[in-house]
Structure formats: C-alpha cells, structure tokens
Ligand binder design. Structure first.
Ligand code: GDP
Length: 326
C-alpha cells in the first residue's frame, strides 16, 4: 500500500511544490480518526507551518438557497482571473448525516472545479462542530503551504458554525436576499455583529429595487452597532452571483480591508488571538477525548450511571468520582 509508505518529508516536499493529489491525501490524514494518520498529519502540519499564513482567509455564510455556491464560483473565477490561487473549504457539521449538505456535491461549482488554480474540498464529516472546525482549520494550513493565497471557508447559515468560521478567518461575509422590507427579521444579532460585509445577492431580474431598499436598511442597522475593534466600517454591497455582477467590487473591498488591518496591526493581532483560541480549543478537545476513551473511565462511568439510576449517588458526586479517577 503506497499510502502507508509515503514519508512525512515526501508529503511536505510535494505539498510545498503545489502537488494537489498530495495536498488532498494530507487533508485525508488530517480528517482521519486513525491515531497513526493523526500522528503523521500533525508532523506534516508542523513542517508546513513555515510556508503557511500568507493568505487571505474569507468566511462566507448565508442560508441555503441564498446563492453561496453560485457566488463562490463567480467570486472564485474572478480571483483566478486575477492570478490568485483559491482554495474553497467548508464547515458543515451536518454533512455526515445529510448528504445534500454544502459542498457535498461538487457539480454545484462546475467551472471552479475544473480551474487549475482552484481547489475545492467538501466539509470534513463529524458529529461535533468543534471536531469538524478543527480539521478545516488544519486544512487551511495545508492549502496555504500548497500556495493557495485566498482561502474561502463556506458555512451554512444555521446554528453555531458561523462562530467557528469567524474564528478562523480574516474577513467575514454574510450573503443575504432582499425580501419584502423585513430584512432584519430572523437574523441572529451575533451574525450581523460578526459580518465585515453583507452582500445582498440576486439583485437582478426585477429585484433590483428591493435590493437597494434592503441595502439602506442593513446600512442603518450596521451603524447601530459599536465600532469594530478593527476600525473597519462594515459595508453593504449588491451582487448578482448568477450574472457575475458586483463581484469585482467585493474583492476590491476585501483588499481595502486587508490594507487597513495590516497597516494597523489588527490583522496580526486577530490571527494571534485566533491561534490562542485554537490552542485552548485543541487542549479541551484532547482532554475530553482522552477522558472518555480511557477504558477505566468507560467502565466506571457505566457503574456510576447505574448507581445514579438506583438513587445511590448524585450527578455531582458521580462526576467528582470519575474525575478523580482519571
Ligand atoms: P446555496 O444553497 O446558498 O449554495 O445557493 P445556490 O448557489 O445553490 O443557489 C440557489 C439558487 O439560486 C440556484 O437556483 C441559483 O441558480 C440561484 N441563484 C444564485 N445566485 C443568484 C443570483 O445572483 N441571481 C438569481 N436570479 N439567482 C441566483
């Protein structure tokens, strides 16, 4: 089996040379639950780190149907036409159960898939958001080492996954649709607060007027929030992903943002904060998984649950006993 004999050095050399099949295989190692694979994945990641970190990481969210795939394809094609190398990753904790999940179906980005300067990878599967997000974060490092200078992380606009994506990206973009004047309804406050830009998609086919009204409303809403630590005033833009309209202006805006935060030092500050956050996240996850996978704990847990059911202990005493026996 060739897979088993590939050395870490070989992986790193090939990834840094931009070898996509090796990049894919390394991501597969990152995503594996096999301890041997994880061990090698960690070695590869560590060796790739000096080559990473030189990209712009863009998070994109929006409810299903808002046009994320269409937008990412149009945006991605625009970026590759500018000579950029674009990697598209996803965070979707539902992907293991729901096969129709985002990026599960590559045909949704037909043009980008065949672009040699683009790399598209569906969401890792997993039941915990923390686990899925960590794998994606590690994949970012591998993609950067392989020379991708623009990393797009897609997530579906339901649940907690936006926060996870926000914590691994430099710029956070919320895709919205113009409706009948109740634009702000149903959006979680936290998501608006995270957004560096709101793009109102499908501003075409007679929907232009509504889109413009929505833009005014969102702009007003954004001004109600306290100034961002980045000193960036979030923007509202109109786009038609389907007709490739407004796409170039979005990238111009992101470049403007990057110039601002690189100059002010906020860019590095945020990345440092993100690294610290992920360090603690990783420790938390590792501690938990070591604990629950410990055979002694597994057995003791069963016993304590039985005692609990028989009214012989309390949850707190049982927890204390388990933790002390770790
Ligand atoms: P996702 O679920 O957020 O990934 O959304 P998709 O990209 O799959 O788009 C959902 C539907 O909206 C598809 O039928 C697209 O063709 C359509 N769509 C996407 N962007 C636009 C747009 O800018 N204008 C119009 N009119 N339709 C769009």
């Amino acid at each position: 089996n060739r897979r088993k004999t590939t050395s870490t050095e070989e992986f790193v050399t090939q990834i840094v040379a931009g070898n996509i099949p090796f990049l894919s295989r390394a991501i597969t190692l990152v995503e594996s639950t096999n301890p041997k694979h994880q061990q090698q994945a960690n070695e590869i990641l560590e060796a790739c780190l000096p080559y990473a970190n030189k990209s712009v990481r863009i998070g994109i969210t929006g409810v299903p149907g808002v046009g994320k795939s269409t937008f990412i394809e149009a945006f991605g094609k625009h970026l590759t036409s500018l000579g950029k190398k674009v990697a598209v990753l996803a965070v979707d904790p539902s992907s293991s159960v729901n096969k129709g999940s985002i990026l599960g179906d590559k045909t949704r980005m037909e043009e980008l898939v065949t672009d040699e300067n683009a790399f598209i990878r569906p969401s890792p599967s997993g039941t915990s958001l923390g686990g899925v997000a960590q794998k994606t974060r590690e994949s970012i490092i591998l993609c950067e080492a392989a020379g991708f200078d623009t990393i797009i992380i897609e997530t579906v606009g339901v649940g907690q996954s936006e926060t996870a994506v926000h914590s691994m990206t430099d710029f956070f973009l919320l895709l919205k649709l113009a409706g009948a004047g109740d634009e702000l309804q149903g959006i979680k406050r936290g998501i608006i607060e995270m957004a560096d830009a709101i793009v109102i998609n499908k501003a075409d086919s007679g929907n232009e007027k509504n889109a413009k009204l929505a833009k005014v409303e969102f702009n007003r809403a954004l001004h109600l929030y306290p100034a961002k630590e980045s000193d960036w005033q979030p923007k509202v833009l109109l786009a038609s992903a389907l007709h490739h309209q407004g796409i170039d202006a979005i990238y111009v805006m992101i470049e403007e943002y990057m110039n601002l935060v690189k100059k002010s030092g906020y860019f590095q500050q945020k990345r440092n904060e993100q690294n610290n956050y992920w360090l603690l996240e990783t420790i938390n996850q590792q501690l938990k998984s070591n604990f629950y996978n410990n055979p002694k704990i597994k057995e003791l847990l069963k016993q304590e649950i039985a005692k609990l059911e028989n009214g012989k202990t309390t949850p707190f005493t049982a927890a204390k006993r388990l933790l002390e026996n770790n």
